[in-house]
Design a protein around this ligand. Structure first.
Ligand SMILES: [Zn+2]
Length: 464
């Protein structure tokens, strides 16, 4: 078999890996690259995996850096099935429509504001491509093995990262021999409220694993909740605004759930909270359809409270008009808006209006990839560019990385020690992490794998 890495190699966006046997060509994830605009656009536009010759795509979860280029793949000729869990199928449909919408809005904004000599910016794909990709989604129930062809069977187990996220186990027959491949997608944390914890799987011949936070140990959720409370109490005193850039899928629900819990303790000051993301509102509706994926505590809350995410201080905004009205509103208030790395979406407009005032706080809760606006804010660069204009960063910046839904070093050790306990891990490939994180995971895997782990470079191929 052959394995080639077309994305998320030495970085955290653009997940796309190709698995080839003597009879099958399977793509694992098809995400969007994010980062420097021109570079990301070029990478997203061109496929090297031969879309027309693929037999299937296996989709680990519905985050845009894992599913966001499926319409591009359709546009380039792919017509096979896209296997995923039922919740991932529901979420991917709304995520892809939103991705197109963001690209269309960006193209409009940039062509209005860009210099006249700049070439026009076009979305990567159109409505037909989104519709086409969504029709190819083939949900498979998570618990069972599925015989998909004489040479391929597959099982999804809960990855505990976001709603519907899965670790994929694949048995592939190649030249008369069956090989077990495990692809972690993004692996979640244990004991984070709301969703069920990741479930360990048996060992394998080939492991492809993410490594985003393998060089970190996150503080416990209770500490994060306490910090969030302090930040809001301060904003209440200074009449400041709190801007929380968050992925509409996953982090927004997690933060709202935390705030709901804080509100119930009576400790939270009565500061208005706005979720300014129509997408997050759609996603929240999908959460309600998949209650079986919630953890025991959330199930208990659901017994007497219909909605996990709704409480009196919270307002969900829909229209751009409502969003713009917030720009001129005096603090204190909290606004949660996409995107998580501040690269697109409504949060950029809130940042523009808040970033130059020291009473305000920007709370970063997810991983901030290199070359993104979120990373520049996290690094407290004195001047940052938002929507083609420079701003002075005077607001406070707080990083609550522990609220990220990615496994940390302890979670990885736990997961891989389970895998190797009664079985073995043959060869491991480490993706979806910047070099220090990937190296940290290599050190963890070194002790549990038969062979030395490999950190592939972009476009590198391996005979396995
Ligand atoms: Zn993810």
């Amino acid at each position: 078999m052959k394995l080639t890495f077309f994305g998320a190699a030495g970085e955290v966006t653009g997940s796309q890996h190709l698995l080839e046997s003597d009879t099958l060509r399977i793509l694992l994830d098809c995400g969007l690259f994010q980062g420097r605009r021109a570079e990301a656009y070029a990478k997203n536009r061109h496929f090297r995996c031969g879309p027309g010759q693929l037999d299937a795509v296996i989709l680990s979860h519905a985050h845009i850096d894992h599913c966001g280029n499926l319409p591009g793949l359709f546009r380039a000729g792919f017509r096979g099935p896209i296997y995923c869990t039922p919740a991932t199928a529901d979420l991917t449909a709304v995520m892809l429509r939103d991705s197109l919408h963001i690209q269309q809005e960006d193209a409009r904004y940039l062509s209005r504001h860009a210099a006249a000599d700049r070439p026009p910016i076009e979305p990567l794909y159109g409505e037909n491509d989104v519709r086409g990709a969504v029709k190819l989604l083939e949900p498979l129930d998570g618990a069972d093995w599925h015989e998909l062809s004489p040479a391929l069977r597959l099982r999804f187990t809960n990855a505990g990262h976001i709603l519907g996220s899965a670790v994929t186990q694949l048995d592939i027959e190649d030249r008369g021999e069956v090989r077990r491949v495990v692809f972690t997608g993004d692996l979640g944390r244990r004991s984070l409220p709301l969703l069920c914890d990741p479930r360990p799987v048996e060992g394998c011949d080939i492991l492809i694993t993410e490594s985003t936070y393998a060089d970190a140990v996150h503080p416990p959720p209770e500490d994060l909740k306490a910090r969030l409370l302090k930040i809001i109490q301060r904003a209440d005193e200074t009449q400041g605004k709190i801007i929380i850039p968050a992925f509409s899928l996953g982090r927004t629900q997690q933060v709202v759930y935390f705030l709901h819990e804080l509100a119930q303790t009576g400790k939270l000051p009565r500061v208005p909270i706005f979720v300014d993301s129509p997408l997050a509102n759609r996603v929240t509706e999908i959460f309600a359809r998949h209650r079986e994926l919630m953890d025991a505590a959330a199930q208990r809350v659901l017994r007497h409270d219909k909605d996990l995410f709704d409480f009196p201080m919270l307002t969900s905004l829909e229209s751009p008009q409502q969003s713009m009205e917030l720009n001129w509103r005096e603090g204190p208030f909290v606004v949660i808006a996409a995107s998580g790395m501040c690269e697109n979406g409504r949060v950029r407009h809130h940042l523009k209006h808040a970033i130059e005032d020291e009473r305000n706080t920007i709370v970063l809760i997810g991983f901030q990839a290199e070359h993104t606006l979120g990373r520049r804010i996290a690094e407290r660069q004195p001047k940052v560019k938002i929507l083609d204009r420079m701003f002075t960063l005077r607001a406070r910046v707080e990083s609550l990385g522990g609220l990220s839904a990615h496994a940390d070093a302890e979670d990885f050790k736990w997961f891989f020690s389970h895998m190797s306990q009664d079985s073995h891990i043959g060869r491991a490939f480490i993706v979806h992490g910047e070099p220090p994180a990937a190296r940290a995971l290599a050190a963890i895997l070194h002790d549990v794998c038969d062979e030395d782990p490999t950190i592939p470079a972009l476009y590198e191929s391996f005979e396995i």
